[in-house]
Design a protein around this ligand. Structure first.
Ligand code: SF4
Length: 276
């Protein structure tokens, strides 16, 4: 498929493009299947991925009003039990649940040049003139805020909420200053990462997104990244002759370690992309 036939962009496809244009091409244009196991130790990582996915389901069921005791029965592994107990200590959520205005697993989209920009949010909470984007992370390490703030997810989620969230705000677009994004870590429940938003950041983000959309649309080649560290956990190593065996997360440097963790992050957007 050529780039001008692609219809949808998301934080994950844009992150791939920024990390390595070749990876973007293989995954989203050539649609090469995404291998399940990408780093060692494979079985343990696979299990962590499934549990992360399951945890997101538990959180969603709780937020749409299924009784807590009923949801708790589904937390049936040590990781899930610990994450679930941590989740229930989340004071903000208890308060928000009483206030209402919660939109779990909301999908927003808006035109971005000739593409549609799509995002699926774990939770959008609208209350008292503020709107909070929550994202649950089941990472085994608590990432630095600087790393999180540089990810495409941060740019896409907040900017898209300004562009496409009016129906959550009586038909009026949210002001960037009303928005905050909070990453909540299931293994570090008392260390959430909070990111307020400003009009200047919004302008910078949207301009970046437009620039990336133009670049992708007009790209005539998708070069391999020069940063070979990006290849260590990449599922397409064998296509690029950049190694056959996946890297070992335990031996990665801090940045590589977080990039590997991202592989175990649940990505509902990718489910959306497959369905489109
Ligand atoms: S192996 Fe390296 S060059 Fe190839 S797609 Fe992955 S990150 Fe890009």
């Amino acid at each position: 498929m050529a780039a001008n036939q692609l219809t949808t962009l998301s934080q994950s496809s844009l992150q791939d493009y920024v990390d390595c244009a070749r990876r973007f091409q293989l995954r989203y244009l050539e649609k090469l299947s995404y291998p399940a196991i990408e780093s060692e130790p494979a079985l343990e990582n696979e299990k962590h991925l499934q549990e992360g996915e399951y945890f997101h389901r538990l959180a969603q069921q709780y937020l749409i009003g299924i009784p807590q005791e009923q949801v708790a029965k589904l937390a049936n592994t040590p990781n899930l039990q610990r994450w679930w107990e941590n989740f229930l200590t989340h004071r903000d959520l208890r308060v928000l649940k009483e206030l209402g205005g919660l939109y779990p697993e909301a999908t927003l989209s808006a035109p971005l040049r000739s593409f549609r920009l799509l995002a699926k949010y774990d939770l959008i909470a609208v209350n008292n003139g503020k709107v909070i984007i929550y994202d649950w992370k089941t990472y085994r390490k608590r990432p630095h805020n600087e790393w999180l703030s540089a990810r495409m997810q941060m740019r896409v989620y907040r900017a898209l909420l300004v562009h496409a969230g009016a129906h959550l705000n009586d038909g009026k677009a949210f002001e960037p200053e009303q928005i905050e994004m909070i990453y909540w870590f299931s293994d570090f429940p008392t260390e959430p990462a909070r990111f307020p938003y400003t009009s200047a950041q919004y302008k910078r983000d949207w301009d970046t997104l437009l620039k990336l959309a133009d670049e992708i649309k007009n790209a005539s080649s998708f070069p391999l990244t020069d940063d070979r560290q990006k290849c260590v956990f990449c599922p397409y190593r064998s296509y690029c002759e950049r190694g056959v065996r996946a890297g070992d997360v335990d031996q990665a440097d801090p940045q590589g370690e977080m990039e590997a963790e991202e592989l175990f992050d649940v990505n509902f957007e990718q489910i959306g992309e497959i369905a489109f």
